[in-house]
Design a protein around this ligand. Structure first.
Ligand SMILES: [Zn+2]
Length: 121
């Protein structure tokens, strides 16, 4: 791929997925202590469980964020992608996208999203 920027929603979704797998792996490691250490097993199981709970929270967060996204057609690959904030990257080709005409052609910078706070009343 080698894409420099990735879509925010995709990034968060990847993070949630990593948490689920981490949780499963940690819980599995806990099983290795089944015969030897009850405390270690409980600790690993608890950690793994927490990771899975955390991923559920992240998935809920994605659901909430999705209501704030704007659907736009990517000028590069012509697919419909979801944007979060004033600048975001296409979900499919990672083309930098902006909703703000004044930012068009400028170098992609996630900092532009923070400007939004000042302008909103
Ligand atoms: Zn695209």
């Amino acid at each position: 791929m080698g894409a420099k920027y990735s879509n925010k929603i995709n990034k968060i979704r990847t993070f949630a997925l990593v948490l689920v797998f981490a949780g499963i792996v940690i819980m599995y490691l806990g099983l290795l202590f089944l015969q030897t250490s009850q405390i270690m097993m409980t600790l690993f199981m608890l950690l793994g469980f927490l990771a899975i709970i955390a991923s559920t929270v992240v998935y809920f967060w994605i659901g909430m964020l999705s209501s704030k996204t704007v659907q736009v057609q990517c000028p590069n690959c012509e697919k419909y992608t979801k944007m979060l904030g004033r600048v975001d990257a296409c979900m499919y080709c990672s083309e930098p996208l902006t909703l703000d005409k004044s930012l068009e052609g400028k170098e992609f910078d996630e900092k532009y999203n923070q400007k939004k706070l000042k302008e909103e009343k």
